[in-house]
Each structure stands twice: as C-alpha cells, then as structure tokens.
Design a protein. Structure first.
Length: 629
C-alpha cells in the first residue's frame, strides 16, 4: 500500500524526480525532520527554518486545517493522495503522503511529496469551458442537425446528432439505419411526417428511438424541403431535439396530478380546496361530506363558514387572511368546532396550506379536516375525572376534619305566619374557611359513593335537633333510598337521642322515587314505620301520576320553585299549582311551596290553598349555629 521503510529512504532523491516537486518528512509528533523543494519559497516560506519545529507552527492555520487530518491518517498507516491549492491560492498541487516504518514495521514518520500541477489544472479548466460553450452552442442551434437525399436515403449529420443517437465516431447512418433505431410503433409517424414534408415543404413530429446505449429517448424532429440549386438535387434538412426529460416531466406531472386527485378523493380524512379570494369550496372529497353530513353539491361553491361554529369563525378568518396576504407561507393548524345539519357540534383539526401556481401566484388553499371529536371528548372526560378526583379528596378531608356545615331555613304556616319547622341545607367549609355550595360537591359525592356517608352524618345532626324539640326537615340522596344502612342509621339515631320521630321529615326528590319505584315504596314504608314523615321534593317536575302517589305513602308534597317563581305572571304555572294542590287533597297530603319571595306570591298561594311555604320572604338560609333553638 505504498508504505516505505525508513532505512531505504533517500530524501535527496525525492526532489530529483521533478524540478517542481517538494518534500516534507515529519515524525509522529508532526515535527519536521526534513524539507526541500521550490514550492515553499515560491509561496514566501523559509523551509530552512522548519527542521525541529512542528508543522502546526510553520504552516498557516488555514492550510493545517486541511492537511493535519491527512497527516494523522498517514501516521495511522494509510497512504494519502489528493489535490489541493496553496494557502495563497496561487498554486495547485498534487500531494502524496506515505507512512515510513522502521525495521519492526512501526510507523515512525510520514513523507509528503507535493507536485506542482497548476498548469495542468488550468488547462483542464480551459478545456471544460470550451466543451461547455460547445454544448451550449449545440443546444441553441437545435442539438443535432441532419440532411438527407430522399431518393437515395443518404444522410449527413452533425456531431451533436451523432452524440444524441450514441453513434460511434465515424459511424455512417442512412435513412434505413435510422428507421431501425425508431421504435416499431412510431415508425409510421415518421413515414407520415416525411410524406407531409415532401408534399407541403415542411413537417414536424415526435417519435421514440433506441440509442446505441440502449436508452429509449423521445425526439422532436423538424424537416423542410430544400429546392435544387447549383446542380445539387432536392434534399431535406432538419434538426432533432431530445425532449425525453420534458416529456418525462410532463408524464410525471400528469401522474402526480392523477395521484393527487386519487389521493384527494379517496383519502379517509376530509379534504377541501378553497378559492384563495372568495374562500369558496372548489373541490371536496367523500370523507369531508361524510364528516360534515352534507352532500357535495351543498358544499361546492359555499364557504366553510357555513359549517363552522360561529364562535370559532374569527380564528379561521385570521388564518385564511394570513395565507392570502402572504404573511403565512406555512401550514396553519387550528382545532375548532364544526356543525352537523342537526345543529350538534363536533371537533375537527384543520391543517391549511397555500397552493401556488408555477408563477408563484396564490391559487387556492388546501385544507385537511380531521375529526378529533372522540379525542376532545376523551380529554374532556379526563379533565373531568381529574377535577372529580381533586374534589373527592377535598370532600374526604372535609368529612374527616368535620368541615361539613348545616344551614337552616324556616318553613312557615301560610295562614298564621308561624314557623312550624326548619329545613336543613348542607354546605361544606373550604380549607380557607369559605363556604362551598352543595351543587359544587354533592354530585361528585354521589358519583363516587361518599353520599351515603354524608347522608348518615346529616341524619345524626337532624336527630339531635329533634331531640331538642325542633321540627326538622332534611334531605337524603337518591342513593340512600336503596341503602339499608341509611335506614338503620335513622332508626339508631332516633333511639340513641330519644328524638320524637314525628318531628323528623325525610325529604327525597320525586324523580329519585320514580326512578326506583319498588325500592322507593319500601323506603317510604320504613320511614313511616319509624314514625317519621316523608316529603316529596321538586314535586311536579317528574309528572307523577295518581297511581304513583298511591304506592308512595308521602305526607308532604313540595311544589317546585320552577312553578312558584313566576306564579303571579303565568297562567300556566297557576294551573299546574292548582293541579298539584288538587292531587294533594285527594291523598290528604300537606303542600309546601318553595321559593316565595314577595307578598303577591304569598297571597296567591294562600288563596289557592297551599299549607306551608319557605323562601327569602320568610328568611334566607343561615348557619345552624346562628338560628335560635
């Protein structure tokens, strides 16, 4: 591999091979051992000062960046051969670096021989420029020219013609030989073109032929008849142009368009092309029609605004504006809501990108529409689960830290105005001492099974109040209707506190009882058997039937605030309240109206025959600790 022994090396003999060669020998530390030759002094160096010094010291830093890796490779035993320019760019050199080994075969140094090849490289460069000019000239005059005598078929042609057909130097070619090179299926095209040329004086055609190198090329041929002159017979002259790449590019373009259209139309995700100026849809695929639930004819010529949620349209307008005015040349990504024909909304990810013509003019906006409704719903459920988990921990801590709080609101006799009982309303005290409304934590407690524990806590508080002689109404959740532990807790609390059970009113919603009728009936019977009374809350919202009330032994019906709030202004609400009062009379039940806030409502309820009422007119809920015993 060109490795030299140190013992056999004759440094002086190296430069005798060429008067323009120069030599450097360096050891493994890149320290110069020997240097000679004209190259160094020619470029302003003093090689006599180099022996004993490092190459890194004596050679310019820029040159060492290029040469040092090659020295290192040679020291590793790899011969190096390469061209490079001197640091001042005034001389070109061919260099060879050869590792030198001692008797044991160990590389001890490197000999670098530099041969000045500046003249050779300049000649090669001049030749390349000449060839480039020739090739450009041939391209400008038609690449290849030819002449043919129609009668004999004899042809003469230019070097460019021969090069295009891959002919060997000096090879002759007549019309018959040329026709053999033409693809069989295209020969008729040339025959027809030749006949047209003879008839009309000129012709033009395209045909495929197989050049001598076996490559199929597409040529555009042009010919014209030249009339006889100066004793020369009539002949045809013309030119051929290799259009293989152009035709291949056209085929690729057509294939690309076809592939785009197929991919666009059959893509499993929504695709739409919109006009850059109007924003109207000019092309949509089946997946988009399916996603939006609209036929193609309804979307074409319409704007996407018609299917985007109104709250999300400004963001789409802004993105489209950025694309149209050129401030955004990249894909614009948005997640927004789209509307189904029935008005329900789904979520989609829109990836919009500008589409430019070959001249750089914005023609359209290409948009992918990906349905992400399931992902969004999953994220929402996950966020809800995380939020529930936080609330669940807070509720658990509130129970353990005794931070459940009861408020009390009076229930009065509408005829006398006397307070006959109180309703207990649950709250939760936060870590900072603020009060949290039940709607924020009770639904979560119900979903995750803490509500029965809370209900049992409320039962114990209510029993304690009843033991003090206070008529108390308290709410139990739907989960407690079918929970035997809750009823056992109620019986135990009554027994342990000695409370009069008739002072306890257990309140459950009408809907909860209707949704579990058998369990509700047993629950009502057991509550009544303990001596407590049962109140149906929100009565009227569940549209209970007489048959239902016959099965549930409830003593009180609470008319929902929905029918009381606008009672004095709504004939419909008044008719519903009259109906509830009539039902209560049939079953000998006491009615309680919720949400009484003004005297006019009070007078009308009294006139209609409602027995009891509660609301801000009589008192707002207050902490139980602030109410009188």
């Amino acid at each position: 591999m060109g490795v030299t022994s140190l013992d056999s090396l004759d440094p002086g003999a190296l430069t005798t091979q060429s008067i323009r060669a120069s030599v450097i020998i360096a050891d493994v530390d890149l320290r110069v051992l020997h240097v000679e030759g004209p190259a160094f002094a020619q470029h302003g160096y003093r090689p006599e000062d180099w022996p004993g010094r490092s190459l890194i010291e004596v050679l310019p830093a820029g040159l060492m960046v290029e040469l040092e890796p090659r020295y290192r490779a040679a020291l590793a035993g790899e011969s190096q051969s390469f061209d490079y320019w001197s640091h001042d760019l005034t001389g070109a050199y061919w260099a060879q670096m050869t590792p030198i080994r001692d008797g044991a075969g160990t590389v001890t140094s490197v000999v670098a021989v530099m041969q000045d090849v500046t003249d050779r490289l300049e000649a090669i460069e001049d030749l390349s420029l000449s060839n480039a000019r020739l090739r450009e000239s041939e391209r400008m005059v038609g690449v290849g020219s030819w002449e043919m005598t129609p009668v004999t078929g004899a042809m003469t042609f230019s070097q460019g013609y021969a090069r295009l057909l891959g002919l060997a130097p000096g090879e002759q070619l007549d019309r018959a030989g040329f026709m053999k090179m033409v693809r069989r299926e295209d020969r008729e095209i040339l025959v027809t073109a030749m006949a047209e040329c003879v008839k009309t004086g000129s012709a033009r055609c395209e045909a495929r032929l197989v050049s001598r190198d076996g490559i199929i090329r597409v040529f555009e041929a042009r010919g014209e008849i030249v009339a006889p002159q100066h004793g020369r017979p009539e002949y045809v002259r013309g030119a051929i142009l290799d259009v293989t790449e152009q035709r291949a590019a056209e085929v690729e373009r057509l294939e690309a368009v076809s592939m785009f259209r197929q991919g666009f139309d059959t893509a499993p995700i929504g695709m739409v092309l919109t006009d850059a100026e109007t924003g109207w849809c000019v092309r949509v695929n089946d997946a988009l029609c399916t996603l939006l639930g609209r036929p193609r004819e309804q979307l074409i010529g319409a704007s996407l605004d018609s299917v985007i949620h109104p709250d999300d349209r400004p963001g789409v307008h802004q993105a489209r504006g950025a694309i149209v005015d050129g401030s955004s040349l990249i894909v614009e990504q948005h997640e927004l809501r789209y509307l189904h024909p029935d008005g329900t909304a789904g979520w989609a990810a829109l990836n919009a990108a500008p589409v430019f013509s070959a001249a750089g003019k914005l023609q359209a906006v290409f948009t992918q529409v990906i349905d992400i409704t399931q992902r969004r719903e999953h994220e929402a459920r996950f966020e809800e689960d995380v939020n529930d988990a936080r609330w669940l921990a807070r509720i658990r801590d509130a129970i353990d830290d005794d931070r459940l709080v009861l408020y009390s609101q009076p229930i009065v006799d509408l005829l006398t105005g006397d307070t006959v009982q109180q309703e207990l309303l649950l709250r939760m005290r936060a870590e900072d001492g603020s009060i949290i409304a039940p709607g924020a934590f009770l639904p979560i407690a119900e979903r995750y099974g803490l509500i029965s524990e809370i209900d049992r806590w409320v039962i114990r508080q209510a029993a304690g109040l009843a033991a003090r002689g206070e008529a108390t109404e308290f709410n139990l959740s739907a989960a407690s209707i079918g929970d035997p532990d809750v009823l056992r807790e109620l019986a135990s609390a009554i027994k342990e506190t000695g409370a009069d059970p008739s002072l306890l009113v257990v309140e459950v919603t009408e809907t909860a009882m209707m949704n579990q009728l058998d369990a509700g009936r047993r629950f009502a019977e057991q509550v009544t058997a303990l001596g407590c009374r049962l109140a149906l809350d929100d009565f009227g919202t569940g549209f209970a039937s007489l048959s239902y009330l016959k099965q549930i032994p409830a003593q009180l019906l609470k008319i929902d605030i929905e029918f009381v709030r606008d009672l004095t202004h709504s004939d419909t609400d008044e008719r519903l309240v009259r109906g509830i009062i009539g039902i209560a009379r049939e079953f000998d039940q006491t009615t309680i109206a919720e949400g009484i806030e003004d005297e006019a409502t009070l007078l009308l309820l009294r006139e209609l025959g409602v027995h009891l009422g509660q609301g801000y007119l009589f008192g707002r809920p207050r902490p139980l600790s602030e109410t009188s015993v």
